[in-house]
Ligand binder design. Sequence first.
Ligand SMILES: *Cc1c(COP(=O)(O)O)cnc(C)c1O
Length: 359
Amino acid sequence: MSDERVHIRPDIAVLPAYKQGRQAAADAFKLSSNENPFPPLPGVVQAVQAQTAFNRYPDATALAVRAELARRFDVTADEVHVAPGSVAILHELAKATSGPGDEVVYAWRSFEAYPGVVTVAGATSVQVPNRPDGGHDLDAVAAAVTERTRMVIVCTPNNPTGPIVTADEFDRFMASVPSTVLVVLDEAYAEFVTDPAAVRGGALIGRFPNLVVLRTFSKAYGLAGLRVGYAIGPQYVLDAVRACAIPLSVTAQGQAAALASLEREDELLERVAELADSRDRIVAALRDQGWPVPDAQGNFVWLPTGTGTAAAAEAFEAAGIIVRAFPPEGIRISIGEHEAVETLLETARSLVGDLTSAR
Ligand SMILES: *Cc1c(COP(=O)(O)O)cnc(C)c1O
């Protein structure tokens, strides 16, 4: 039997599939995937419902969405690329820049998708440990760049630990990385950032020939289920990315929802501000309990539960809260429904004595 199997690339045969945050039982809160707890706005639902020509392919270039984003970022539509989620763009960027023998450098722990993206492209991951406070050690990331490096991914705020990269840190970093190396600034949670020192991709556009900024409609805009992400960057890089893209994969429904969301941005950003407030209150309460929670600038908080991570995740689940466990480091809890906060804090309080000593 084994002789008759098709040849799978050995690096792919051992690559685990992307693991989704656990689905929650009907009466539990799903705080495991950094989703937006608010339902879509009525106008967004109607815009999607108006797209019923399922027998037709969508606009392959998502031109209307690109044109609107181009207007907002003051670039041309060719300097914008829209894809089914920014994870798709990460794959496209890796394929466009990196292959066997090439290295992709990123801080770790960071977004779960990065290692797979690099392996699928055939390239090699170089992971640089985060600082003890959970933030990127960008000087060490820069120092890990060699003549084999083709791409560096910077995630701010960092999923799952929470801290941002500052504008000053990022400036210094860009000055030390050769302009032949692509730098990807993954800002999936940019809209939740309230720290004025944070780097803002939008302010850097046009300054560097080797910088691509990644954003998504999945988190702040609450469209995770419709799969729309985008990149802003130099046209020559995005042309290469477009050559690597699977054509026609952003649906007409996704495009309509993205446009309708941009039209209703003020209303959506009010919700984002509410979630950021809730995040700040939760972080303050957890720190009062004694948890050394890193700065949280996304829509999630990190509890460094160490070797007690699996037990802590089970305790939250027993209390009706599904979290994301990263044993043996910690757990990530998304900022979700207000109704979940009290239970979240009670459960954390019940764990803090055991677990801070188990770190
Ligand atoms: C959620 C997330 C993304 C993107 O998700 P899409 O739904 O594919 O747009 C990208 N980067 C990070 C760090 C994320 O957490």
